[in-house]
Design a protein around this ligand. Structure first.
Ligand SMILES: *Cc1c(COP(=O)(O)O)cnc(C)c1O
Length: 411
């Protein structure tokens, strides 16, 4: 793929591809800075959804008829495209799920079945609830022990503490690649190497990295990589769990039902091969196909161009925000991507978010599904602007003005 000529990155042209960006809210141009929560969709993904339901809809893996074959082919081509995009060694290492949450729950249940009392799971203090609670459920079920790597005041992992907590008892390190609240990019290569040296497996929560960085699962060496389609310009209700073949082979099924079986009798049921062993029931067929369409869209570009452009946006926003008097930035890691989280002293994030909304600006306010992280910083929440490659510096200028106006009103 490297040698293909890539499309030159131009934010003006990219914006044309995303119809949702062209709308007015409250009679103002929409400024969509809530990409950490979900991304907008390019026209070709919207068209693919339309095409599927107009012309291709049928159930897969079962029918002999034309439409069923066609839908099956497209669904499996989608899996192959995504496997190649991630540079997975095998296509059957790509399991379609409902999203990051579902992917992590699958691992927590199924990999969890292989664990015993006293085994340890290591997470970090900046995890999303969906990379905390499934492990707590596992620990209750199997009497495993959950350990948490602390962070410093910039929102970076304290690696000395990671080294101290990692031991032969650690069976899994489950860590976010990029924090959705802080934007911190974690040193995942170092984490993976160290974890492997102790015999532990590593799950990366890729919900915030898949859309911003080049992801090569073999180069990273992670054992699992989980993400959601809707945050990478694809539909909701579809996501991926990548897992290394050898580990997935050892794991028991997560859910039972159609498609995941080889043979069913009342005495004994045998299970299907990977990846279908983990895909019980009719899957989100349109979702899988249209997620691949989102990756085809992204794959036109050199991801490095996107990374560079987004880094410019974050630096630009941070520099402008730092000129505010009572600004309290949350998350100032040296390695950061696409998120600016902050508070303004004396102003509740929700109030600021509400006034920004009235000016057409979509930001997220609150705890961002990271309550323990809010407790660490002793704040109720933050205002979070999270960028995608279709955002512009002009939008940031307007946002900064809007923050200024709102602060004057609220103080
Ligand atoms: C959004 C997010 C999740 C959860 O994703 P869902 O799509 O809600 O399943 C998990 N981790 C991180 C870091 C996220 O940003």
């Amino acid at each position: 793929m490297e040698n293909q000529t890539k499309r030159r990155f131009s934010v003006r042209e990219v914006r044309e591809d995303f119809p949702a960006l062209r709308q007015l809210v409250y009679n103002k141009n929409l400024i969509y800075f809530d990409n950490g929560a979900t991304s907008q969709k390019p026209q070709r993904v919207i068209d693919a959804i339309d095409r599927f339901y107009t012309k291709e809809n049928a159930n897969i893996h079962r029918g002999v008829h034309y439409l069923s074959q066609k839908a099956t082919d497209h669904y499996e081509e989608a899996r192959t495209f995504i496997a190649n995009y991630l540079n997975a060694k095998h296509t059957h290492e790509i399991i379609f799920t409902k999203g990051t949450t579902d992917s992590i729950n699958l691992v927590a249940f199924s990999f969890g079945e292989l664990l015993s009392a006293g085994d340890e799971i290591l997470i970090s203090a900046m995890e999303h609830h969906s990379n905390i609670v499934p492990w707590q459920l596992l620990c209750e079920r199997k009497k495993c022990v959950l350990k948490v790597v602390p962070i410093n005041s910039k929102g970076e992992l304290i690696m000395e503490e990671f080294d101290r907590l990692l031991s032969e008892k650690t069976k899994l390190v489950a860590i976010t690649h990029i924090s959705n609240t802080l934007g911190t990019i974690n040193p995942v290569r170092e984490i993976i190497n160290k974890a492997h040296s102790k015999g532990a497996r590593v799950l990366l929560d890729g919900a915030q990295s898949i859309q911003h960085l080049k992801i090569d699962v073999q180069e990273l060496g992670c054992d699992f990589y989980a993400f959601s389609g809707h945050k990478v310009f694809g539909p909701t209700g579809i996501g991926v769990l990548y897992g290394k073949e050898a580990i997935l082979e050892k794991m028991p099924p997560y859910q039972g039902g159609g498609d995941m079986i080889a043979k069913v009798t009342f005495e004994k049921t045998t299970y299907n091969e990977l990846p279908l062993k983990f895909e019980a029931g009719t899957p989100h067929i349109a979702g899988g196909i249209c997620l691949a369409e989102a990756f085809r869209y992204l794959d036109q570009f050199n991801i490095q161009d996107i990374e560079n452009y987004e880094a410019e946006l974050v630096n630009y926003a941070q520099d402008l925000l730092s000129t505010f008097e009572d600004i309290e930035p949350v998350g100032t890691a040296r390695q950061k991507a696409s998120v600016v989280s902050f508070n303004i002293e004396g102003i509740h994030p929700f109030d600021l978010g509400t006034l920004l909304d009235k000016q057409g600006i979509a930001v997220r306010t609150g705890h961002h599904c990271t309550q323990p992280l809010m407790d660490f910083f002793k704040i109720p929440g933050t205002v979070r602007a999270s960028f995608a490659f279709y955002n512009t510096k002009e939008e940031i200028d307007y946002f900064i003005e809007a923050v200024q106006k709102s602060v004057q009103l609220l103080k």
